[in-house]
Design a protein around this ligand. Structure first.
Ligand SMILES: *[C@@H]1O[C@H](CO)[C@@H](O)[C@H](O)[C@H]1NC(C)=O
Length: 388
């Protein structure tokens, strides 16, 4: 078991908890209002990425142990269903009786569940149990998975087509803005363009997230779910790039060849992201946008994830200059810690009333994140590891 994967997952999770608890109220610890990246916008996609990396290793292990593929598919179905159900529970339980007429369907764990479902079934059906040496050996992390690449690129194509070509009543085609006050209110009900429109058609406005990050700065009134259906397609692509990082581990021996490949991937995905957004926050073809999970957003995040994975891998598994502590503990119990931090969000002593200054808020939010690292450490000491 590679400790660097748990460490990476733990880093993402701890930052996620910290920013969920509002990160002291500083703007750079909060989500972007619309286009752009803050620390808060980074962590969920990293989590998606590392899920893919772990999948590559676990599916290979299962195939090597001789588990039949249909059993793997059944297991994927079961895990995805549990994850989705937990997600619906978490994203609707806010300490009040839930009104079924306004039940929110999408959410963070739901997004993870759907992403896992699609790629899990694909891997269970197509993953190889060994990698034959061929003439194309040096690029066999890609050539060996051409079928999967074709399928995933098709998802990306569908994503682009729907985003740019789907007619949305009353809105310009391919609109990617926040609506509301933008452009003097000309497209006030177009918040999120086709992305939000598709969710409104599928779930209905009352079953979507109603307080998007653009609501206050742009005075928008249309609901927009940051974990909606269309973004699941780019999420699958991101997870697949993570899976690709895992294939690199399976296929290549020695840290130099692995890290150099990850660096190539980081460079390529970073350049694609840069070209898509023209290295600009607002003026690109596809701006980097967390609410829409735009293509440039997942490419930029993949680029960072390849880099961060390389650093963790070298520090924790190869040179062993870092044990991965304390992040490795929540990384090894990520689902439990994620659920607990959400369920006990408003419980004492996770949060309590402090002064309005950033310093006081920051101290309390850091304390909240540390608390869950401590809980994860205790679970680790008792050798309690819960997965679904
Ligand atoms: C947006 O929706 C509101 C409420 O339904 C409506 O009053 C307003 O006229 C709409 N704006 C445009 C530009 O269509």
């Amino acid at each position: 078991r590679l400790k660097s994967l748990d460490t990476f997952r733990g880093i993402s999770l701890v930052i996620m908890i910290f920013v969920n608890y509002r990160g002291g109220g500083y703007w750079f610890f909060r989500h972007s209002a619309w286009n752009g990246l803050t620390l808060a916008d980074l962590v969920f996609p990293w989590f998606v990425f590392i899920m893919g990396t772990s999948m590559a290793l676990s599916f290979r292990g299962a195939l090597r142990r001789g588990i039949p593929r249909f059993k793997l598919i059944l297991k994927v179905l079961k895990r995805a269903m549990i994850l989705f159900a937990l997600g619906v529970m978490i994203s609707n339980s806010k300490g009040k009786a839930v009104d079924l007429r306004t039940l929110r369907v999408p959410g963070v764990l739901q997004r993870l569940a759907l992403t896992y479902l699609v790629l899990g079934i694909m891997e269970a059906a197509l993953a190889k149990s060994h990698d034959p040496h061929q003439w194309w050996s040096s690029v066999r992390d890609v050539v060996g998975n051409l079928g999967q690449w074709a399928a995933v690129l098709m998802f990306v194509a569908v994503h682009c087509c729907l985003t740019f070509l789907l007619p949305v009543p009353g809105c310009p085609k391919g609109y990617l803005g926040p609506g509301g006050l933008q452009h003097g209110g000309a497209y006030e009900n177009c918040t999120g363009g086709a992305t939000a429109y598709i969710d409104r058609m599928i779930f209905g406005t009352e079953h979507m997230y109603g307080h998007p990050t653009c609501m206050i700065p742009y005075q928008t009134t249309v609901p927009l779910d940051p974990e909606g259906v269309l973004g699941t397609l780019t999420s699958i692509f991101l997870c697949f790039l993570g899976l690709q990082a895992g294939k690199v581990i399976l296929i290549f021996q020695g840290w130099k060849s692995r890290v150099s490949r990850w660096m190539c991937w980081s460079l390529v995905t970073g350049l694609v992201a840069g070209c898509l957004c023209k290295f600009s926050a607002e003026d690109g073809f596809i701006p980097i946008n967390k609410n829409l999970w735009s293509l440039s957003y997942v490419m930029a995040l993949a680029s960072m994830a390849f880099l961060l994975l390389s650093v963790c891998f070298l520090a924790v598994d190869i040179f062993r200059v870092w044990s991965g502590a304390p992040f490795i503990y929540p990384g090894m119990n990520s689902i439990v810690i994620y659920l607990l931090h959400e369920i006990l969000h408003w419980y004492f002593p996770v949060q309590f009333k402090v002064g309005e200054t950033h310093a006081e808020q920051l101290a309390m939010n850091l304390w909240g994140a540390c608390l869950w690292v401590g809980v994860a450490f205790m679970l680790h000491q008792h050798k309690v590891f819960i997965s679904i």
